[in-house]
Design a protein around this ligand. Sequence first.
Ligand SMILES: Nc1nc2c(ncn2[C@@H]2O[C@H](COP(=O)(O)OP(=O)(O)O)[C@@H](O)[C@H]2O)c(=O)[nH]1
Ligand SMILES: [Mg+2]
Length: 219
Amino acid sequence: MADLERIRLVILGGAGVGKSSIIKRFLFKTYTDKYRATVEDLFNREYDLGGVTLKVDILDTSGDMQFPAMRRLSIATAHAFMLVYASTSASSFHCVKQCFEEIREQRADFQDIPIVIAGNKSDLANTQREVRLEEVTDWVYCELPRLRAKVLECSAKENQHVSDLFKTLLSLSRFLPVGSNNDGTTGLKRRSSAYVSATSSRSRQSVRKGVRPTNGSAI
Ligand SMILES: Nc1nc2c(ncn2[C@@H]2O[C@H](COP(=O)(O)OP(=O)(O)O)[C@@H](O)[C@H]2O)c(=O)[nH]1
Ligand SMILES: [Mg+2]
């Protein structure tokens, strides 16, 4: 029987930055311009990594602070985070910094947790940009140099770099070969410490099961 690995990705960031759109683009290849606020949604997918079944849970969160208990639980149980801002909104980058502070406060192992910072709405950046990519990379690499973190710009609307966000998270989590990221880590080597500490946690949210990829290579 194949070995089973499990990873829980938690998506955080301000309201309206495109967290749900990124997930829907990635899992269901759909996109809508309509906005519907999220409370919390859990999706899951399984991938066959050649003898190892990788179960990926993706937790979509609300962008506001109305549900502090849910938020604390989501941070406590994450193996990896995607922090999303919109390149068109300076305040949304500020919100990402706040999310990171929450992670730092709650997780003693924060330096070991894979984090991808996603600058969404890059399709609007030519005309409406408020956050420069260098500003974000400076923040990550100067202020938080030892973190397992990467920054990527993306567009859920135009499907740019959306799957790269998830590939990078799994690479940083050591589940996929890092390939061109060239950061010295190697693939399928070991779990993050966060993985071990949260393995037995159970989700209390409603679960929407994603369709199992037939070729196991959607990521
Ligand atoms: N132009 C543009 N709009 C986007 C993009 N991603 C999401 N949106 C829009 O931004 C709004 C908020 O998206 P949503 O995914 O619900 O944000 P969330 O609150 O972070 O989950 C919606 O109207 C989306 O259609 C994108 O990449 N480009
Ligand atoms: Mg949402």
